[in-house]
Design a protein around this ligand. Structure first.
Ligand SMILES: [Zn+2]
Length: 406
């Protein structure tokens, strides 16, 4: 049975239909608008055209994602993704989309894919993680452009994309945006090329060129091995992951990324600002925003390049579950694992890894990185010695430990 029509019917039955233009009753404060042309807090809404819905559905199908949001024509400057509570909306300007469809249809597909990427990856869109969420939507766009087969090469797609006027482009480090879009394209390209046992992953060079997210220890993090009793009842790596995620959810660590470790995974929290006692700051000041990177080294390099407006202390947790010593992991993937990462890596724990038995050989632990932006330079650098707190102290003050112990 095809489940898609059923899902759409259910979705349609509980969403309003905008037959004539009317002021929005949607709270639009959490949004991404592709160009900075215009975005009113209460745009007028009207029913979407079948052609745009068709394109949106084509993109969702290419991304393997069931449309669970409403597409609405609106008095906005271009195309926007909006989150109102648990619901997402895709708002678009009739004039803007019609013009693009005639002038540069690939660009229209790309822009819609970017906005749909925010929805598919359930971004907050509230501005706290602007760069991280925008770059993640760009990576999604790169994947979808490959799947849609509207262009023959990523170079051609990038050329067409240069015609756009992306509102958040100034946030990116030079060259980073194109690199991230290419990563999305290349990950699906690698997946397709590896089909049919062509020995694609047998070739070392191919493995190295893939955009596998790999966690390697850099710098001077400190490690804490959780007592196994905390994970009593966890039979698979997925169950251990759920336990950690429940603790992170409760303490507000929404944005997380998965990286690979031999036979296991690493789960990274975003970098947060803390006080000297290890307590997280409140509100916007807590989070450090950075591009969604496909390698941990990239994140560290970006952080080291930052000059912050104020001095302060920061930390990052990297949970690690593996039955191997954690060290350099480059090129140690088997074919199946490599394929799985290409398909799912980064935002979810791939099934292939999650289903592994969490047997007695496994360790569940956490690395803590401390950073400091001193008064003199305000440049973020790793704090190695003396540390602010013990690892256990960080786990305790962050509130994570009490949830993992439960
Ligand atoms: Zn966006």
């Amino acid at each position: 049975m095809n489940r898609l029509p059923l899902l759409l019917a259910v979705a349609a039955s509980c969403l309003p239909v905008y037959s004539t233009a009317q002021p929005s009753d949607i709270d639009t404060s959490s949004h991404c608008i592709y160009t900075s042309l215009f975005f009113s807090g209460t745009p007028y809404l009207s029913e979407s055209s079948p052609r745009i819905r068709e394109i949106v559905d084509e993109i969702c199908t290419a991304a393997g994602f069931s449309r669970n949001f409403e597409v609405v024509a609106a008095s906005v400057g271009s195309v926007a993704a909006v989150k109102d509570g648990p619901r997402y909306y895709l708002l678009y300007s009739r004039y803007y989309t019609r013009t693009l469809l005639e002038r540069n249809p690939v660009l229209l597909y790309a822009i819609l894919a970017h906005e749909i990427g925010h929805i598919a990856r359930r971004h907050t869109l509230d501005g706290r993680f602007r760069l991280s969420e925008e770059s993640s939507a760009d990576e999604f766009m790169g994947r979808v452009l490959y799947e849609l087969k509207k262009v023959n090469s990523i170079d051609m797609a990038i050329t067409l994309l240069r015609e756009d006027n992306f509102a958040y482009a100034p946030l990116y480090p030079p060259g980073a945006r194109e690199r991230i879009i290419r990563n999305g394209w290349n990950s699906i390209d690698g997946l397709v090329r590896s089909e049919g046992n062509l020995g694609y992953f047998e070739n070392e060079a191919n493995l190295e060129n893939l955009t596998l997210p790999v966690f390697e220890i850099k710098g001077c993090p400190r490690f804490y091995d959780f007592p196994r009793s905390y994970f009593q009842g966890c039979k698979t790596l997925k169950e251990a992951d759920h336990l950690i995620c429940r603790a992170l959810d409760n303490m507000g660590y929404e944005q997380r990324r998965y990286y690979s470790l031999p036979n296991g995974f690493a789960l990274l929290t975003p970098v947060e600002q803390i006080n000297a006692e290890g307590i997280a700051l409140q509100g916007q000041e807590r989070w450090q925003d950075y591009p969604s990177s496909n390698d941990f080294d990239g994140i560290l390099n970006y952080l080291r390049s930052l000059v912050l407006p104020k001095p302060g202390y920061f930390r990052l947790f990297a949970f690690a579950i593996t039955d191997q010593p954690v060290k350099s992991t480059g090129g140690q993937f088997d074919k199946k694992q490599a394929r799985d990462w290409l398909e799912n890596g980064g935002f979810w724990l791939p099934e292939l890894i999650g289903n592994k038995a969490f047997d007695s050989g496994y360790h569940a632990g956490v690395f803590v990185y401390e950073f400091e932006a001193p008064q003199t330079t305000k440049k973020l650098s790793e704090r190695c010695y003396p540390s602010l707190l013990s690892v256990e102290g960080h786990l305790d003050r962050s509130g994570i430990l009490q949830y993992i112990k439960k």
